[in-house]
Design a protein. Structure first.
Length: 317
């Protein structure tokens, strides 16, 4: 019994010592904190509090960004293009892309079709290769992979009054079919169509309507209006109607050369500009499609924005 009493007393003493030590330690901590707090200038205390707040908010913001990135990453979200590129049985499709220069990481990302209608044959479409490069930059910046191709483009002004004038109108369906075949054949996740003139613009709009996937239409922009445009409203008509009886071809070209001071689609209210206006009204085209000349910096910025936006639309769809 004596031994048990000694053990019990020792337990009580040990417990009391532990409690007193904890209280003493807390008092020291509180006293130190009060002294430290009083030594700091009130303005400095406010700055420290703001810095801590900013640091905390930054950590929260980074955490949210990581969560959003994880939510939106190609590996975590089912993409339309996964039907073509994901799985053991789709190894050949992946190898065909990587052999062409697309990296393994890019294969896993959303595939965005960039259907251009560039040609060096006429002014309206000779500028579209530059627009396409800016669009591709925007897609890459937003975490997508551009899948680039071209389709045909016919110029009404060059075909008129020739045996070839029967081709521009049916070319709309050829363009729409080619865009649809490219996108559906490769199960692409999104689409950007780039065109500028006459029948090519409605052909691409027709394709966008058929596909029903995230899509944006972007034009190359109009050229500047003719010099003294108010005095030369009928200049274009005079060029088309001129005959050898009126003037020789060199004189006709020399007198009417100022009607096209730079590249871009015809800036008059013809099919090209009116179809671009329609794309904006429908909500498919980028705002400013029909108004901003092709060589303005804003036009190239529109291309980058369209590339970034289409990747966001794929994730929002």
């Amino acid at each position: 019994m004596a031994a048990m009493d000694i053990i019990e007393n020792w337990k009580r003493v040990s417990f009391r010592i532990c409690v007193q030590s904890c209280v003493f330690f807390l008092k020291i901590c509180l006293k130190t904190d009060i002294i430290f707090h009083n030594l700091i200038d009130p303005a400095d205390r406010k700055n420290i509090w703001q810095c801590n707040n900013r640091r905390l908010n930054k950590k929260k913001g980074m955490k949210r960004m990581e969560e959003k990135k994880k939510e939106n990453c190609g590996q975590c979200r089912k993409l339309r293009s996964d039907a073509m590129k994901s799985g053991t049985d789709r190894s050949l499709a992946r190898l065909l892309m990587m052999s062409g220069g697309i990296t393994r990481a890019q294969v896993r990302k959303p595939l965005i079709g960039v259907v251009n209608s560039w040609t060096n044959l006429f002014t309206g479409h000779a500028v579209l290769d530059k627009i396409s490069r800016y669009v591709q930059d925007g897609i890459l910046m937003a975490g997508g992979t551009p899948a680039v191709t071209n389709t045909i483009a016919l110029c009404d002004g060059m075909c008129e009054n020739t045996p070839g004038m029967i081709y521009p109108l049916p070319s709309r369906d050829i363009i729409a079919d080619s865009v649809e075949a490219f996108v559906e054949g490769h199960s692409l996740d999104g689409l950007i169509c780039i065109a500028n003139c006459d029948k090519i613009v409605p052909g691409m709009l027709m394709a966008i309507m058929r596909l029903n996937i995230p899509a944006i239409f972007l034009s190359g922009g109009p050229s500047l209006p003719p010099e003294n445009s108010a005095e030369n409203v009928g200049r274009f008509a005079r060029i088309m109607a001129a005959t050898e009886k009126d003037m020789d071809e060199e004189t006709n070209e020399r007198e009417n050369n100022p009607m096209g001071p730079c590249a871009g689609c015809n800036s008059g209210m013809g099919t090209a500009v009116s179809m671009q206006i329609l794309s904006e009204v429908l909500g498919i085209g980028v705002l400013g499609n029909s108004m901003i000349p092709h060589f303005y910096t804003e036009r190239y910025n529109m291309g980058v924005w369209a590339g970034e936006r289409i990747v966001e639309m794929v994730y929002e769809d």
